[in-house]
Design a binder for this molecule. Sequence first.
Ligand SMILES: Nc1ncnc2c1ncn2[C@@H]1O[C@H](COP(=O)(O)OP(=O)(O)O)[C@@H](O)[C@H]1O
Ligand SMILES: [Mg+2]
Length: 260
Amino acid sequence: MQEFILETEGLTKEFRGFVAVSGVDLRIRRGTIHGLIGPNGAGKTTCFNLLTKFMQPSRGTIRYDGRDITAMKPAEVARLGLVRSFQISAVFPHLSVLENVRVALQRQRGGSYDFWRSDTVLRRYDERAMELLADVGLTAYAGAPAGTLPYGRKRALEIATTLALEPTLMLLDEPTAGMTHEDVDRIVALVRRVAQGRTVLMVEHNLKVVEGLCDAITVLTRGKVLAEGPYAEVSRNPAVVAAYLGSDPGVSGAAEVAHA
Ligand SMILES: Nc1ncnc2c1ncn2[C@@H]1O[C@H](COP(=O)(O)OP(=O)(O)O)[C@@H](O)[C@H]1O
Ligand SMILES: [Mg+2]
């Protein structure tokens, strides 16, 4: 087993001459929670799109779990366990919370998009769907239309549908964005729980969350890696302080700078 579940070399993405991701060497240690941070426009989401193969890199290679996945399609890497949390737009608002997870399970298990099988077949997924809802604290919401969930609970549902795909490496893009303090605490606990037995790579602006959750972080600025290492070490790095954390020594202040 490789020590690093994910390794990129010289990962680069250009958009019509604009270099959004530039020569990124990323190493994610198996079994850890790894944070990807950096100011808006740094290239974090583009990195995620490259890693999950939603975009093809202009240059560079991606190795996942010991194999070169650079030329693979999104569905192939998802099948190998590299899964990005769905965006809220991917939650079907008129389906119930339970049905949303069931659809995700069907994709994983059946490999077919034929939702309209017999009720008996569908019900086989319900048991597992209820387990996943319990994992993310949504048991009480199982029958509710997904569209009626409060924001923080929608993110939890998103995580449940991601878990349905049995990720080995789970990518979360700003899981606490736009949340109330209470929701943030709940998502932090949830990420910690779902990280057991897998690897998590997360983009996160809230540095308190990063500090509390992440074993290691990579700081991106203008598409390049500025620093990588444990949070305590990287957050003291003068280049990181200057470029990202700004002059404000307060962690929450810095997070706001990052959001600006
Ligand atoms: N599809 C695209 N076409 C052109 N430019 C893009 C595209 N996607 C992202 N960019 C640009 O690449 C840079 C990095 O964007 P992004 O990866 O979304 O940053 P982050 O997630 O760190 O905020 C930004 O300047 C953005 O405008
Ligand atoms: Mg982004």
